[in-house]
Ligand binder design. Structure first.
Ligand code: GDP
Ligand code: K
Ligand code: MG
Length: 308
C-alpha cells in the first residue's frame, strides 16, 4: 500500500460579524476549538482552525488534506490613522495570500453594508472566491437564489455553497471542496499539534500584546513569543510554557526588569487575559531567551503565526 497523497493550504474565512464564521469553523474542524477574538491586531492572518479531510484523489485512491482556516484581523477597522490603514492593508494582503477566500454571508440578513464592502474588496483578490450562504435553515430557497445573484453581481464567485453551520448541513461538502482547492504538498503543521495550534497561537498573541502594552516603545518589535508547550491537565486547567525570543542580552535585562518584576507583571496580565478567554484556569510560564538569529529565519514566523 502506498502512502496517501497530501494536500495543504490556507482558506481565509471572511464575512460580516455574526455571519456564522466561528460556528462554521468549528463545524469544519469537527471538534470544538475555542474560537475567541483577541483584541490584538498585529498579525496578517490568524489560524483559527485546522481541518483534516480524506478526499478521493483523481481516481488513484485517497488523499489527505490539511485545510488551515485563517481569519484576517483588521479587515473591519475604520482606518483613520496611518498605522491602522497599514494594518487593514496587511489584513487584506493576508486574504490575498490564501489559496481560497470564503465569504460567509448570513442568508437571513442578506447583503448589509459590511458584506457589500467586503465583496467589493474581493474584486482585487487573486485567490479563488467561494461564496458560502449560511443559515439556510432560516430562509426559503428562492431567497437563496436571488441572494446568490445579488452577490455575484458585485463580484463573480467561482463556486457557491449553501450551508447551515449550526445544523452541520452542507459543511462536509464545503470541506471537500476546500480540500480539493488547496495545492498538493506536505502538511503545513504537524498533525499532533493541529488540534491545539490555534490556541497556542492565540496564547502567544496574548502575551505579545502584554509585551507591547508594558514595554511601550522600548523594543517589542524585535521580540517574538512562541508557545512551546500546551498541556491540558486532568483538573481542567491548562499549563502553558512560552519563550520570548529577544535578540540581545541587553533586551533580556529589560524584559526581566529589576528582580524579574517586569516579566512577572507581563506573565500575570497575560495569564489573566488568557484564562478569561479560555474560561479555564491557566498556569503560564515565561522564559526569555536571547536568540540572535531567531528573527531571521522565516520558518519561525509561521510557527508563531506572526506572518506567512
Ligand atoms: P461570526 O461573528 O461570524 O463568527 O458568527 P458566529 O459563529 O459567532 O455566529 C453568530 C450567531 O449566528 C450565533 O448565535 C450562531 O449560533 C448563529 N448561527 C451560526 N450559524 C448558523 C446557522 O447555520 N443557522 C442558524 N440558525 N444560526 C446560526
Ligand atoms: K460573533
Ligand atoms: Mg466569530
Amino acid at each position: 500500500m502506498s502512502t496517501p497523497a497530501t494536500r495543504a493550504g490556507f482558506v481565509a474565512v471572511v464575512g460580516a460579524p455574526n455571519a456564522g464564521k466561528s460556528t462554521l469553523v468549528n463545524g469544519l474542524v469537527g471538534s470544538k476549538v475555542s474560537i475567541v477574538s483577541p483584541k490584538v491586531q498585529t498579525t496578517r492572518m490568524r489560524v483559527i482552525g485546522i481541518a483534516m479531510a480524506d478526499i478521493p484523489d483523481k481516481g488513484e485512491g485517497e488523499a489527505r488534506a490539511q485545510v488551515v482556516l485563517v481569519d484576517t484581523p483588521g479587515i473591519f477597522s475604520v482606518a483613520k490613522r496611518r498605522l491602522e490603514r497599514a494594518m487593514v492593508a496587511a489584513a487584506w494582503q493576508g486574504a490575498d495570500d490564501a489559496d481560497v477566500v470564503a465569504l460567509v454571508v448570513d442568508a437571513e440578513r442578506g447583503v448589509g453594508a459590511e458584506t457589500k464592502a467586503i465583496a467589493e474588496r474581493l474584486k482585487d483578490s487573486r485567490a479563488p472566491r467561494f461564496l458560502v450562504l449560511n443559515k439556510i435553515d432560516l430562509v426559503p430557497r428562492e431567497k437563496l437564489l436571488s441572494l446568490t445573484a445579488e452577490l455575484n453581481a458585485i463580484v463573480p464567485f467561482e463556486r457557491t455553497f449553501m450551508v447551515s453551520a449550526l445544523k452541520a448541513d452542507g459543511v462536509g461538502d464545503l470541506l471537500a471542496a476546500f480540500a480539493l482547492a488547496v495545492p498538493a504538498g506536505p502538511f503545513l503543521y504537524p498533525e499532533d499539534q493541529a488540534a491545539d495550534l490555534p490556541l497556542r497561537l492565540l496564547a502567544a498573541e496574548v502575551t505579545r500584546e502584554q509585551v507591547f502594552l508594558q514595554l511601550h516603545q522600548e523594543l517589542p518589535y524585535e521580540a517574538a513569543v512562541e508557545t512551546e508547550k500546551w498541556e491540558d491537565r486532568p483538573d481542567g486547567s491548562v499549563r502553558v510554557e512560552q519563550t520570548i525570543h529577544v535578540q540581545r542580552e541587553g533586551q533580556r535585562a529589560i524584559f526581566l526588569g529589576k528582580g524579574g518584576a517586569r516579566i512577572k507583571q507581563i506573565g500575570a496580565r497575560a495569564r489573566h487575559e488568557l484564562s478569561q478567554m479560555l474560561e479555564r484556569q491557566v498556569h503560564l510560564f515565561l522564559h526569555v531567551k536571547v536568540s540572535e538569529r531567531w528573527a531571521d529565519d522565516p520558518s519561525h514566523y509561521r510557527s508563531i503565526g506572526l506572518d506567512f
